[in-house]
Design a protein around this ligand. Structure first.
Ligand SMILES: *Cc1c(COP(=O)(O)O)cnc(C)c1O
Length: 447
C-alpha cells in the first residue's frame, strides 16, 4: 500500500489525469444527483471487499456514480445556498498539502506552514483593522469557528466572575450554527427582533435594558446567509464595549466583502471585534474546508483551548511560537490555510478585491433587471452578493417547479428560500464567471 510499484505508477497517472482534466475544465459541469438512495447504495455495494481491486475500476465507480451525483458548487451556474469558486492555484496547492501530509498542529512540527498561514490571518486582521496582537488559526468551517470563538467568550465571562447560565444576544437572522453553538455551550440565545432583519445597537438597547445580567456576548453577522445583510457593526461593537460583552462577528459568508472597495464601509466597526470568523471556502476562493478564526486577544483563546497532556508538553515551550491547536477546539489539523496563502501570493490581493467586487456588481445589476420586470419584485436592495425577489402570483410549488426545471436543463441551481414566511426566489452570486446573460435567462423563465 505504501510502495511505489507498477500498479502505483498506473494509479498515479490515472488519478492525476482525472485531476488535471478537472482542473482544466472551465466551467465545470453543474451535475445533479439522479440516482435514488437505493440505486446509489446498490451501485456502491461491494466496492470495498477483502480482496484488492484494480484502481482504474474503482476510479470508474467514482467518475460514473459518485462525481455526477455531487452538484458542483464551483459551477458558475450554482446560484443556491452559498456557492464556491476556488482558484486554480488554490486547488492545485490543496493537492500538494495532501500529498505532502502537511499538518499545522504545532510550531515544533510545522513552523513553516504555520508562519505562512499566519501571514494570511495577518492580512485578514489588517483588512479588518484588528490590532497587531490579533491572531488565531484556520478551522474547518464557520460552524467550528463560531463554536470555538463563543467557547472563549463564555470562559472569559466566567473568569471575570459570571456564574450560572449565561446568555448571548443575537439577531433573528443569525446563522443556524450560532443557535446550535449556544445549545452545545449551554448558553441561551437572547433573540432580538430586528424589524428589517438587521441587528442594530438601537434595537438591542430597546430590547435589552442595562439591568440585564448574565450576558456573555453579542453576535453580529456580516452578512446574513439568506439575504447578505451586514449588521450594524459599529453601533453594536460600541454597545458591547459599554456593557462589557464579548463582541463576536460571524463573517463566514460575507466577511470577505470588506476586501471590495465598494463594500468596505458596510464593515465599519468590525475592528472592535473580540472574535471574527470568515470562510475563505466561501467568498475568498479556496477549496473546502477553510475558515479563518481571529481573536483580538489570542491569550484568552489559549486559556480556553490549550490541551493539556504529558505528551504535548514538548509543543508548549518556546516564546514567539504559535500553536494553532491552542486557538480552537481541535488538535490534529491539516494546514488548510496554505492553499489560500499560495493563491494570494500568485494572483495578488488586488485580484481578490476585484473578483469579490464582480459578484457584488452582478447583484446590483440583477436588482435592476428585477426592478424592470413587471412580473417581479425586488425584496430588498442587495448589500452583498445575494438577491431576493418575488414572482407576483407564484405559490411555493411554482418556485419549486421553476427551480427544478432550471436544474434539470442544467441552466442553473437556484433553490428558492423563505422570506418572512413566504417562499421567494434567491440568487447567491459568488463565482466571478457567473454572467448577467445567465441571470437574464433565469429571469426570462419567470415570464
Ligand atoms: C456558512 C455560514 C456559517 C457556517 O459555516 P460552515 O463553514 O458551513 O460551517 C456560519 N455563519 C454564516 C453567516 C454562514 O454563512
Amino acid at each position: 500500500m505504501h510502495r511505489v510499484d507498477q500498479g502505483t505508477e498506473q494509479m498515479i497517472r490515472s488519478v492525476l489525469a482525472y485531476a488535471e482534466n478537472r482542473l482544466r475544465m472551465n466551467p465545470v459541469p453543474l451535475d445533479r444527483g439522479e440516482l435514488s438512495a437505493d440505486e446509489m447504495h446498490g451501485r456502491l455495494a461491494g466496492v470495498i471487499g477483502d480482496r484488492p481491486r484494480p484502481p482504474d475500476e474503482v476510479l470508474g465507480v467514482y467518475t460514473s456514480v459518485i462525481a455526477p451525483s455531487v452538484i458542483s458548487a464551483d459551477s458558475p451556474r450554482f446560484l443556491g445556498f452559498i456557492p464556491a469558486a476556488p482558484t486554480k492555484a488554490a486547488l492545485l496547492f490543496d493537492m500538494l498539502v495532501s500529498c505532502a501530509s502537511i499538518q499545522g498542529i504545532s510550531w515544533l512540527e510545522a513552523s513553516g506552514a504555520i508562519a505562512a498561514e499566519n501571514s494570511v490571518l495577518r492580512l485578514i486582521a489588517d483588512e479588518a483593522g484588528l490590532p497587531g496582537s490579533a491572531g488565531g488559526c484556520f478551522v474547518s468551517g464557520g460552524s467550528a469557528g463560531n463554536l470555538s470563538a463563543l467557547a472563549v467568550a463564555r470562559e472569559t465571562a466566567k473568569r471575570r466572575g459570571a456564574t450560572g447560565r449565561l446568555r448571548v444576544v443575537v439577531g433573528t437572522d443569525a446563522h443556524s450554527s450560532i443557535v446550535n453553538t449556544l445549545r452545545l455551550l449551554e448558553m441561551d440565545a437572547l433573540i432580538v427582533e430586528t424589524p428589517d432583519h438587521r441587528l442594530t445597537a438601537e434595537t438591542i438597547r430597546a430590547a435589552v435594558p442595562e439591568s440585564e445580567a448574565d450576558i456573555a456576548a453579542v453576535v453580529c453577522t456580516s452578512g446574513t446567509t439568506n439575504a447578505g445583510i451586514v449588521d450594524d457593526l459599529a453601533g453594536v461593537g460600541a454597545l458591547a464595549k459599554e456593557r462589557g460583552w464579548w463582541f463576536h462577528v460571524d463573517g463566514a459568508y460575507g466577511g470577505s466583502g470588506m476586501f471590495a472597495r465598494s463594500l468596505r464601509a458596510k464593515y465599519d466597526g468590525i475592528e472592535q471585534a473580540d472574535s471574527f470568523i470568515l470562510d475563505p471556502h466561501k467568498w475568498m476562493f479556496t477549496p473546502f474546508d477553510c475558515c479563518a478564526l481571529l481573536y483580538r486577544d489570542p491569550q484568552l483563546a489559549r486559556a480556553t483551548h490549550t490541551q493539556d497532556a504529558s505528551y504535548l508538553d514538548v509543543i508548549h515551550t518556546g516564546d514567539g511560537e504559535w500553536n494553532p491547536s491552542d486557538y480552537a477546539y481541535h488538535l490534529t489539523r491539516r494546514a488548510r490555510g496554505l492553499p489560500l496563502w499560495f493563491s494570494l501570493a500568485v494572483y495578488g490581493v488586488d485580484a481578490y478585491r476585484e473578483a469579490i467586487e464582480v459578484a457584488a456588481q452582478l447583484a446590483r445589476d440583477t436588482a435592476e433587471l428585477i426592478n424592470a420586470a413587471p412580473q417581479l419584485e425586488l425584496i430588498r436592495e442587495p448589500d452583498l452578493g445575494v438577491v431576493l425577489f418575488r414572482r407576483i402570483g407564484w405559490s411555493a410549488g411554482d418556485y419549486d417547479r421553476w427551480a427544478q426545471q432550471l436544474h434539470s436543463d442544467e441552466v442553473a441551481f437556484i433553490p428558492p428560500t423563505k422570506w418572512e414566511g413566504e417562499t421567494v426566489g434567491r440568487f447567491a452570486f459568488l463565482h466571478p464567471d457567473t454572467s448577467l446573460e445567465l441571470v437574464r435567462e433565469v429571469l426570462r423563465r419567470t415570464e
